[in-house]
Design a protein around this ligand. Structure first.
Ligand code: SAM
Length: 249
C-alpha cells in the first residue's frame, strides 16, 4: 500500500539501499526492453514522426532502475531516427514517484541523460501519486512503469471498515478469512488500476503508448507451507508492534 507521506524504498547508495538491492526488478525491466522498442517504432512510424516527444516512468524509485526504462526509450528513438534518416524529436523525460522517494539521487543521475543538442533531451521529476493527475492533457507519448502498479492507493475499504486484518496470526482464522481478504485486495486493485488507466488516457496523446509490468502469480491457490507465509508472519508482527508503539506515543 502506498501512503503518500510515509512509504519509500530505502534511499541512497548504501548496502541496504534500493539502488543496491533491486536486481529482481531490473531483470523484469530487461524483459520490457523489446516492448518499449516496439512501442517507439509504433509511435515514430504510425503518423509523421512528432518533433517533440514526452516520455515518463511512473514509480521510478531510485538507483540504476530509475533510468533504465526511459534510457531504453531514448536510445530506441535515436536508433529509429538514424536508421530512417529522420531529424530526431526534442525529448522530455519525466520520472515520477511518491514525494518521499529519494529524488536527490534521481536528479543527480538524470543529468547523465540530459543533452542540450543533437538531439535535445530535457529531464524533470514529477513527484506525486500515479493515482492522481501528473501531466497536462494529451501531452505524453510513452508511459512506462515497472514493478509499481501492484502498490495500492489505500487498504481495501471493506477490511478497514470491518477492522479485518490482512493477515491473521491464528492459522484457523487466517484460512477462514483468506478468500474474503483476497477478494477485498483484488477489488481494490481493480478499482485502482481502472482509475490509473482513466488518468493516463487523459494524459496520453492520441495514439500514445503504455508499457507496464506488474508482478503477479498464476493462481489463487494457497500453498500449504510457503516461505512467504513465514515472511507474512514476521511482517504482521512487526506491523502490530509499530501500531502498538504509535498508540503509546
Ligand atoms: C518496487 S519499486 C519499483 C521501482 C522501479 N520501477 C523498478 O522497477 O525497480 C515500486 C515504486 O513504486 C512507487 N510507488 C508506489 N505507489 C506509488 C504511487 N501511487 N505513485 C507513484 N509511485 C508509487 C514506490 O514509491 C516505489 O519507488
Amino acid at each position: 500500500m502506498a501512503s503518500k507521506q510515509m512509504v519509500h524504498m530505502n534511499q541512497g547508495q548504501g548496502e541496504r539501499s534500493y539502488a543496491r538491492n533491486s536486481g529482481i526488478q531490473n531483470a523484469q525491466q530487461n524483459r520490457m526492453k523489446l516492448l518499449i522498442e516496439r512501442a517507439i517504432i509504433d509511435l515514430c512510424s504510425s503518423t509523421l514522426l512528432p518533433d517533440k516527444m514526452v516520455i515518463a516512468d511512473l514509480g521510478c524509485s531510485s538507483g540504476p532502475n530509475a533510468l533504465a526504462l526511459v534510457s531504453v526509450a531514448v536510445e530506441a528513438i535515436h536508433g529509429y531516427c538514424l536508421q530512417f534518416q529522420q531529424p530526431p524529436p526534442e525529448l522530455c523525460v519525466f520520472l515520477n514517484d511518491l514525494p518521499d522517494n529519494d529524488f536527490n539521487t534521481v536528479v543527480k543521475s538524470l543529468v547523465t541523460l540530459r543533452r542540450i543538442n543533437d538531439p535535445v533531451v530535457l529531464t524533470g521529476v514529477t513527484p506525486g501519486s500515479f493515482y492522481e493527475r501528473l501531466f497536462i492533457s494529451s501531452s505524453v507519448h510513452l508511459v512506462c512503469s515497472s514493478s509499481s502498479l501492484h502498490w495500492l492507493s489505500k487498504p481495501p475499504e471493506f477490511l478497514t471498515r470491518n477492522q479485518i486484518p490482512a493477515y491473521y496470526i491464528d492459522e484457523h482464522a487466517r484460512r477462514e478469512n483468506l478468500p474474503m481478504v483476497l477478494e477485498a485486495y483484488a477489488q481494490q486493485f481493480r478499482n485502482d488500476f481502472r482509475h490509473f488507466l482513466e488518468l493516463r488516457a487523459k494524459e496520453l496523446v492520441p495514439g500514445g503508448q503504455m508499457v507496464v509490468s506488474i508482478i503477479g502469480r498464476h493462481s489463487d491457490g494457497i500453498a500449504p507451507f510457503h516461505i512467504w507465509d513465514i515472511l507474512a508472519q514476521v511482517l504482521s508482527l512487526m506491523a502490530s508492534e509499530v501500531h502498538f508503539v504509535s498508540f503509546l506515543a
